[in-house]
Design a protein around this ligand. Structure first.
Ligand code: S3P
Length: 437
């Protein structure tokens, strides 16, 4: 079998200029499909993200017998309410959010299911959802704490559970199981993990109360379908934002971006570093404030970060590392140990790849520190089948001296289809070379 990997050929030297949108939010897109699948009634979803991860969730919903009319890559109508026993395992490919959220839903179904994914997904920890779901009475087994997950029918009961880590995927799995449980479900969270599940379930009629550290779900309110327009993903916008911050003479405007406060840590930190960024709120989509972000190049300054803001920018650390190298002075990150269990160990992999471009990065168990500014040199680097690594390395290449090649870069499509095209439109020289292995 040929595996399509593709590479990006990156030439530095051009500023990023102009206006663009970015694809729909990945977290909201997974949820829009799954929640509409279990809600009674018809949901019309627009602005959906047609990317590797979310398409896996879409296929899982189809395999569960949910009637979905796909109007276009970004638009669909879902007639939810009843799931049916799937034929064969549900393959969530690389989607950690897909498998963990779906596990919560499957735990409450009257039929058995198996949830599986790629080799990469099979290396990601699942005990963080298996343990609380088993406490709720779920019959769910992993393979030594990893996928594939085998789920059998059982009567669930609400629990009070204090999450050991601030994870949106964990609280979502518990809340989704809680919808099918007897009694109330109470979750204690140690930090401000993204709250899309809470906002969307509330919009669909769930009896959910949210306080900063506690979420309570009362049973007995079946979900009712609502229409969603998915806003642009700030995690995708972050690659363009950092690129414009660090590439001289850049000036870009990004419209329709979700400004959900549990996701905007990267903006707060870049502003603290002296970035020239302005944010204007323009409306509300899927319960999130949405707005326009304008970024101009400026000399960044080093920053120390830890605590809650780390949770609010957890997916942005690969690209933040590129920003930190361009900043003057010391940047120190702590409390970011969760990065070691993402698609890859992102602290280790980013350090390894940026080192090939001449960077000096000091990795610590839960973060890193660097002294900048450091001028990177073009190099041949790898994306490691991790979308955010491959997209960050492209931006590193755009800020380097000399050409770069990012090998194994097709995974960018897992969250940002058309990444290279978007950069080209803004004036950057990024060419996709089709490659197979
Ligand atoms: C996500 C939650 C986060 C994030 C991931 C998407 C979600 O993971 O890193 O990319 O949509 O719930 P954790 O819940 O493991 O922190």
């Amino acid at each position: 079998m040929h595996i399509i990997k593709d590479s990006f050929a990156v030439k530095p030297g051009s500023p990023l200029l102009g206006e663009t949108i970015v694809p729909g939010d990945k977290s909201i897109s997974h949820r829009a499909v799954f929640f509409s699948a279990i809600a009674k009634g018809r949901a019309h979803i627009k602005g959906w993200l047609p990317a590797g991860d979310t398409e896996a969730s879409f296929r899982a919903a189809l395999a569960l017998g949910v009637p979905i009319e796909r109007i276009s890559p970004t638009e669909m109508i879902i007639d939810g309410g009843t799931l049916h026993e799937p034929q064969g395992a549900l393959d969530l490919v690389n989607a950690g959010t897909g498998i963990r959220l779906l596990a919560g839903i499957m735990a409450g179904q009257p039929f058995p299911s198996v949830l599986d994914g790629s080799e990469q997904l099979r290396r990601r920890p699942m005990n963080r959802i298996i343990t609380p779901l088993q406490m709720m009475g779920a019959d769910i087994q992993g393979q030594g704490g990893f996928a594939p997950l085998a789920v059998n029918p059982s009567q669930l009961r609400g629990i009070e559970y204090h999450m050991p880590m601030a994870s949106a995927q964990v609280k979502s799995a518990i809340l989704l199981a809680g919808l099918f449980a007897e009694g109330k479900t109470v979750i204690g969270q140690p930090g401000p993990a993204r709250d899309h599940t809470e906002r969307m379930l509330q919009a669909m009629g769930a009896k959910l109360t949210c306080e900063p550290e506690t979420i309570t779900l009362e049973p007995g309110n079946p979900l009712t379908a609502v229409d969603f327009t998915v806003p642009g993903d700030i995690s995708s916008a972050a690659f363009l934002i950092v690129a414009a911050c660090i590439i001289p003479e850049s000036h870009i405007t990004l419209t329709g971006i979700s400004l959900n406060p549990t996701r905007t840590g990267i903006l707060d930190v870049l502003l603290e570093m002296g970035a020239d960024i302005t944010v204007e709120e323009t409306g509300l989509e899927a319960g999130d404030p949405v707005g326009t972000i304008t970024v101009k190049h400026s000399q960044l300054k080093g920053v120390r970060i830890g605590g809650d803001v780390v949770v609010r920018m957890i997916d942005e650390f690969p690209i933040f590392m590129v920003a930190a190298l361009a900043a003057e002075g010391e940047t120190y990150v702590r409390d970011a140990g969760e990065l070691r269990v993402k698609e890859t160990d992102r602290l280790k992999v980013m350090t390894k790849e940026l080192t090939k471009m001449g960077a000096q990065i000091n990795e610590t168990p839960d973060g890193f520190y660097v002294f900048g500014p450091q001028q990177l040199d073009g190099a041949e680097v790898y994306g490691h089948d991790d979308h955010r690594i491959s997209m960050s390395m492209v931006v590193a290449g755009l800020s380097a001296i000399g050409d770069s090649k990012v090998i194994d870069a097709r995974c960018a499509d897992d969250s940002f289809p058309g990444y290279a095209k978007t950069l080209q439109k803004l004036g950057a020289s990024v060419v996709v070379n089709h490659e197979e292995q």
